[in-house]
Design a binder for this molecule. Structure first.
Ligand SMILES: NC(=O)c1ccc[n+]([C@@H]2O[C@H](COP(=O)([O-])OP(=O)(O)OC[C@H]3O[C@@H](n4cnc5c(N)ncnc54)[C@H](OP(=O)(O)O)[C@@H]3O)[C@@H](O)[C@H]2O)c1
Length: 224
């Protein structure tokens, strides 16, 4: 399966690409093809230098990348998600689209320990409203880019997964669990994403309070 990461040139998408390239073909998407290709080369260099085997990693402009991927991760800042996907509805039709966005208030110049919720209640629901013909699944909001980039260490974080399409959710949980140290937890329908997205400002606050870079979460006593 091919995984496209729109905005894979940025912090979180780059970290996800480093982790996913071991088991998936990864396509980095960018507004500029050369920037995507540079990021893809950097990912291959990092993995090669650490002796970590990987599938193919390539870079493409966002539209072509959306067309190519079976799963498309939206790794774009909250305030720019709609302008990006609004132009890609056809390419994303029928696909599993992974919303990882957090509606941090820093998007409007306020604190990153606060949120500014979209009208729909969560970023994932906002994305689903715009991409009516895609299967939107929410995941990866509570894991930090700083942790993902340390590719030699297990991630040590549960990934809460929400979505209305059971098969799409299964595909995403399988992808989550291909990352060492990540457990995918089925949290129910997409509307549950509003709670998941709001854990992230809490984690950012904990990072500041405890002077760490990538606090994460574990759910206990699920029997698995
Ligand atoms: N950073 C974290 O630790 C973290 C943790 C959990 C969730 N997230 C979520 O992950 C997503 C990405 O976060 P990030 O920190 O990686 O963001 P970022 O580095 O600031 O940006 C990611 C990419 O988005 C694209 N982008 C920037 N401005 C854009 C615009 N005006 N229009 C279209 N595309 C634009 C850029 O790609 P091109 O220039 O190549 O097009 C950029 O490399 C966000 O939704 C965030 O809430 C982040």
């Amino acid at each position: 399966m091919k995984v496209t990461i729109l905005g894979g040139t940025g912090e979180q998408g780059f970290g996800l690409a480093l982790r996913l390239a071991k088991n998936y073909e990864v396509i980095i998407g960018s507004r500029r093809r050369e920037k995507a290709q540079e990021a893809a080369e950097r990912i291959k260099e990092i993995l090669s230098s650490k002796g970590i085997p990987y599938r193919n990693v390539v870079g493409m402009e966002n539209r072509e990348a959306s067309r190519e991927g079976d799963i498309v991760i939206l790794s774009i800042p909250y305030q720019h998600i709609l302008s990006t996907i609004g132009d890609l509805k056809e390419e994303l039709k029928g696909k599993v689209v992974v919303s990882i966005g957090v509606p941090l208030a820093s998007a409007i110049g306020d604190k990153p320990t606060r949120v500014v919720l979209p009208f729909q209640g969560s970023v994932a629901q906002m994305v689903q409203e715009y991409l009516k013909d895609s299967k939107v699944v929410s995941a990866f909001q509570n894991v930090s880019a700083k942790v993902l980039e340390c590719v030699e260490e297990p991630v040590d974080c549960d990934i809460l997964v929400c979505g209305d399409d059971e098969e799409a959710k299964r595909i995403v949980i399988e992808m989550v669990e291909s990352i060492e140290g990540c457990r995918g937890i089925d949290c129910g329908n997409l509307e549950m994403s509003r709670y998941v997205e709001q854990i992230t400002p809490l984690l950012i606050g904990l990072n500041i309070r405890y002077g760490v870079k990538g606090s994460g979460i574990r759910i206990t006593r699920l029997g698995r």
